[in-house]
Structures are given as C-alpha cells and as structure tokens.
Design a protein around this ligand. Structure first.
Ligand code: M6R
Length: 621
C-alpha cells in the first residue's frame, strides 16, 4: 500500500520522481525517499546519516535521500542540492515493519551502496532470509523486511552475477507480496518485479517509467503496460524487456489510459470512498499475509508473542471501530473467553473494574481522543493494553503495551470502509491466536480457510452487486431501518452509520428482534427496511419472521442474504451474497451495505469523501 515510482530516460530523474511522489502522496504516507544514479561512476556510498539527520549516500554512484514525515520534508532536504542523474527510484511509505523514521524509509541499500531498492507489500520470509544474511556477516540498518532485498542482490553480484541475474536470483528467494524496483550503480536501467502488488510501466517520449499507480507518471505519458504476477522487467530509457517466472520473454500490449488528471489520486474512481471499497480484497490479502498457517490451523502474530491468553477481554472503540469491536467481542466469547465491547467515550468516564482483563483499543487512526482516554483509564487501573490500529507509530500504538496492525493502507474517505473489514479480520486472527480454545482445532482450520477465501469473495460481491439499482429504487424515502440478528447485528449498525454519515438521511440500525419493541411505530411504506439474513439457523429463521412483520406494515424490504433462509420470498429487492463460511458472510453483507450507502449518497450529490460536520480523525473528547 506504499507508493513506488521509477524513471530512466533523457530527463532529470529527480524532477520526474518528485512529481510522481507528489501524485501519490495525497494519501498521507509517513516517509519518502529517492535514489538517483547518473548511470555511471564508481561504487561508493554507505548509507550513512547526513548532517541533517536524514539518510543519504553521496558520491558519483547512487545518491539516496530519504526523510520521515511528509514529502515536503524530503523536498526541503534536497533544496540546496538535488541528486542529479537520469535513472532513479522513489517511494512513499506506509509503515508495516518498523516505525516511520529516516532509517526505515525507502530506498534501502545493502553494504556497498551498489544497489538501491524500493518495495511495496510484505516479504513473509524476511526473518529467515535476514538471519542467513546476518550469519554470512552482513549488517542491517533498518527494521524493515525490504532491506533483505539489496543484501541478497549484493550477495549475488559478489558471486559474479550480472545485475539482471542478481536481481532475478534475489526475487526468486522471496515469499509474500511485493512490487520491487531496483537501481544499480553504473547501469542505465531499472529492474522490477511484481507478485500480488500492483506495478505498471509508463512508455514516455523521453524515457520509461515504472510505478505502483498510473497517476504517478500521468504527467509524462498515458501509454501504459500492465505487469502480471511473477513477471520481472528490465526497463531502459528506450524500451523494456518483460520475462515470466521461467525467464522467457513476454510480449506486452501498450494500453492508452484516458484519465482526468483531476481525478488521478482516485485512480479513475469518482470518490476515494468508492476506491477504498474496491481496495478491500487487496487490503485483506495484505492483512492476512504471512499470518495464517492453514495446515496446522494456527495464526502467527509475533506482535503478541508476549501476551498471555487473557481471562477476560474489554474492547474499547468508537463509531465504525466500535462495530468491529462488537464482532471481535462476540468472537472471543465464541472461543470461550469472556469479552465485552464498550463505547470508548463511556468507558473513559465510567471505567468498569478491569481486574486482569486485556483491554484492546480498536482504532483505525490510533488518534481518537475517546479511545485513547479509555485506554489510559484502563492502564491507570493496571490493565495490559493492546492497540489494533492501521497507523504504525500512532498514539495508540505507542501508548499501549502491544500493537497489532491491520495493514489496510491509508484511508482518505472520512467514512471508514476497508479499515472496518481489516479490523474485523485482524480481531479474528487475534482471537485464534490468543483465545486458548480457538487454536489448532478443525473448526479453527475451517475459519482460517474462510479468511483465505474472503478477498476473492469480496471481489465477487463487488463485481456482481445490484446495490446501484437498489439505491436508485429507494433514494429519497422518509427513513431507513437496518436489521440483523447475532453476527449480523453489528453489520446492521454499521450499515446504518455508513448510510446516515454520507447520505445525510435518517437511518437506524437494530437487532432484528428489537424493532417490534417500539420503533415499529415508525415503519411505513415510505421507510425501507434493509434486512441482513445469512445462513438458515434459528437466528436466521427468527429474522425472517421480523421481516414478515415489517412487510405486513407495507414497508419495502431489501434482503441482504445468501438465500438459505428463504427471506427473498418476502423481499422487494435482494442483494445476493455468495455461498461462504458463516464467519465471513457478515463481512460480505457489509460490502453490499457500503455500496448501497455510496450509491444513494452519490445520487443525492452529497460530499461523499468529506461529509459535513465530520472529520477523519476525532481528536477531542
Ligand atoms: O480512527 P478511529 O477508528 O478510532 O475512528 C473512530 C470513529 O471516529 C470512526 O470509525 C467513524 O465512526 C467513521 N468515520 C465512520 O465511518
């Protein structure tokens, strides 16, 4: 989820790279760097710290500059002397391994400075590779998984390999997801590879570009070559050679994209929210990467290796994160560990006895004041605290005893979408890892297999959803009720929150059985009821009865269902869910509700990415 750029050609590489990084930085990355070579010169540079505290390697070879913080920090640092050269790489980082510091920023070099590397994704076997490299006498500068790559390349170069062979040999040792670009001292070319992480080439008039996202080079060219998983490419100023995993040359088509420069940050989507809804399969893959061992039904979360199995769990959170916490609490209880989700703002002022509870703060930003206050209240009572957050180095991550990162990548839309999904999956992994009775069983293996399949199923929902038509049919009604029972109750709450947040229409979420205890008085033919019904157990059958109750009052019913409980018979519209394990169906239903909210809001012309009165991060109590 980081941003990558690369350039080789007749132009000024630094200018091209900074332009690309500016296009990518809209998402609020946490550090940035470039490495530029003039394509010739001697091996030099050792990745030392420069006078300004950032990391640089100067000399006639590869000039590496990088800074923690926003891109402007990097720009300010090179104002008095920018690297010169015609080949280079750049990166904006969204931390997954190690905090956002100068040293952890990309590009990374090895020991000789002969090669510099940028990387997106997660190298799952980096620990084993690093151990072997350290045993071979190599020293590492950063906390990142990426740094193994330049070391592996240097090792191959030392064995006599040419740059392309060295690059391919290094890449062949990597497991996980990656888009990697390398620049070599004295070589007028870039070397790139992709596996499960996007990478595209740009064919310009005065050079070739490589990037994680097309907008990075749209200022220079609209001609694009899309790379596939397993491919590597040598990019020169006047051409590129793509090879498949066997080393055979692959002919690639050049596509011309027709994108409005205004919308480049949204990669062609009308809103960040819609883009982020569609990023969920990728975000989920990244969340799960290297964490699940399906064979023995266990979860690897080294972040909590020091955390004992809790006797009780409290989850504290706000808004959408609270809905994820409700799911997490239910999962802990199902695994035999007493657990309860609390609204953080209530927990902070009326903290219940914590005893020896593990208190988990669920917060996308890691900066929500209510959640931080609840965590502080728990800590002041002696509780062990754990942050489940998207932002490495955030206040929650720093203040808690431990932190698990959801790895969703930056989320710009105020309405939380992909972070909710990744929070739920992260909490599910945490339950498998921490709740003793959950680990290693047949049921656990089945749940982990379901998580493995989840990204593909979310993609299927995105591809086949009828949400736009449903939105068109029900826009402009008096109010909207969302109902769900058991695991679908948090989904109903989240569906209603998303709906009111961006449509500005009145919506309420309910436990399905609760509507008849009062709110049924508001149900009319002008108040659609959106019912989430999955499976065919007793809970599903009872929800079908609740659907009949509202149908009898003339309310239009939209069923979000896998079809097994037969609710479609009583519904005016159905949003279909694919056949899936019961543990992931609520997340698939949630994807449908995100799309309904989006399309109604879009139809009403609302300010979808920045809804009125709301902020992405709420830093006041
Ligand atoms: O950053 P956090 O997850 O702690 O934020 C909590 C809420 O403010 C947040 O989930 C809010 O409810 C969302 N904007 C809803 O879409």
């Amino acid at each position: 989820m980081c941003g990558i750029v690369g350039y080789v050609g007749d132009g000024d590489a630094t200018r091209v790279l900074l332009s690309g990084l500016n296009q990518l930085e809209y998402r609020g990355y946490d550090s940035a760097g470039i490495a530029v070579s003039d394509g010739g010169g001697e091996i030099c540079g050792d990745g030392g710290v420069d006078a300004n505290g950032g990391v640089s390697s100067d000399g006639a070879g590869i000039d590496v500059r990088k800074r923690a913080g926003e891109l402007e920090n990097l720009e300010a640092a090179i104002e008095s002397g920018a690297p010169t050269g015609s080949v280079g790489i750049g990166h904006t980082r969204w931390s997954t391994h190690g905090p956002p510091t100068d040293r952890n920023a990309h590009p990374h070099t090895g020991e000789t400075g002969a090669v510099a590397v940028v990387h997106n994704g997660i190298i799952e076997n980096y620990r084993a590779l690093k151990e072997a490299l350290v045993d071979a006498g190599r020293t590492f500068e950063s906390d990142t998984d990426t740094e193994v790559v330049p070391h592996l390349i240097e090792q191959a170069l030392a064995d006599g390999a040419d740059p392309e062979t060295a690059f391919r040999r290094a890449v062949s040792q990597l497991e996980g997801s990656y888009a990697i670009v390398a620049v070599f001292e004295g070589v007028d070319a870039l070397f790139a590879a992709r596996n499960d992480s996007p990478l595209v080439l740009g064919v310009g008039d005065d050079g070739y570009h490589v990037a994680s996202d097309v907008p990075a080079f749209l200022e220079f060219t609209e001609r694009v070559v899309y790379l596939e998983d397993g491919e590597t490419v040598v990019v020169r100023g006047d051409g590129a050679t793509v090879r498949d995993g066997d080393g055979d040359v692959v002919e690639k088509a050049v596509t011309t994209v027709d994108w409005d420069v205004e919308d480049t940050g949204k990669s062609g989507y009308d809103h960040y929210m819609l883009k982020e809804i569609h990023e969920q399969p990728t975000a989920l893959r990244q969340c799960l990467s290297g964490r699940v061992n399906e064979l023995d039904g266990t979860v690897e979360l080294p972040e909590v290796d020091g955390v004992p199995a809790p006797s009780t769990v409290h989850l504290v959170a706000c808004g959408t994160s609270y809905h994820a916490a409700l799911v997490g609490a239910a999962r802990f209880r199902e695994a035999g560990t007493p657990a309860q989700a609390f609204l953080a703002s209530e927990y902070a002022v009326r903290t219940p006895p914590v005893g020896d509870a593990l208190v988990i703060g669920v917060t996308q930003s890691g900066e929500t004041a209510d959640t931080l206050a609840a965590l502080r209240a728990a800590r002041s009572r002696g509780a062990r605290t754990l942050a489940v957050t998207n932002v490495v180095g955030s206040s929650a991550a720093r203040e808690c005893d431990d932190a698990v990162y959801i790895r969703a990548g930056p989320e710009i839309g105020v309405a939380a979408t992909k972070t909710f999904t990744s929070q739920v999956v992260s909490l599910s992994l945490l339950v498998e890892r921490l709740a003793g009775s959950a680990t290693g069983s047949e049921a656990s293996r089945e749940r982990l297999a379901a998580l493995r399949d989840l990204p593909g199923l979310v993609q299927q929902v995105l591809d086949e959803s009828a949400a736009a038509a449903v939105a068109e049919a029900y826009v402009g009604r008096d109010g909207y009720f969302f109902i769900g029972r058991g695991p679908n109750h948090p989904v109903a709450l989240e569906g209603a929150l998303k709906f009111k947040e961006i449509t500005y229409e009145h919506a309420e979420g309910f436990a399905a059985g609760e509507l008849k205890h009062g709110t049924l008085a508001l149900v009319t033919e002008r108040t659609p009821v959106i019912a989430v019904v999955t499976g065919d157990d007793a809970a599903a059958r009872k929800t079908v009865s609740n659907v009949k109750e509202v149908e009898a009052r003339g309310a239009p019913v939209i069923a979000v269902t896998d079809g097994r409980a037969g609710v479609a018979e009583y519904a005016d519209h159905t949003l279909a869910l694919p056949d899936a394990h019961p543990s992931v169906l609520p997340l698939l239903a949630n994807t449908q509700l995100q799309l309904v909210a989006y399309h109604v809001a879009n139809r009403l012309g609302r300010s979808i990415d920045k809804p009125r009165n709301l902020a992405k991060s709420v830093t006041v109590e």
